[in-house]
Write a protein that binds this ligand. Sequence first.
Ligand SMILES: [Zn+2]
Length: 111
Amino acid sequence: MKTVDQVLSLIDTLTLPEAKQVDEALHRYIHQVEQWQRPPANVLEQLSAPGGYYRLELVKCGKPTCHRCPNGPAHGPYWYRYTYDASRKRQRKTYIGKQRPSQEAPSNSGV
Ligand SMILES: [Zn+2]
């Protein structure tokens, strides 16, 4: 049985206050995941990847002597792979480099 079926089959066993509690938790979770998936402004492109996605990003180096970052465009762009580590509930970011990762179709163009 799929997890979603298990969850749905339990709904009518809840009292109304319990159902409202679940409703709140679900909304919080959906909001959180949507926030997580929304690309920030420095992301130029996003592609689907196994277990996550690739992003092409402009990067600020943070060096106080850098003349490039304050005036833009920042460094790069560089490709990163993002995956979600479910056991640690954390996003993992891996540097790939300037070369575009090979994959099929863009998941989210127009970023
Ligand atoms: Zn810089």
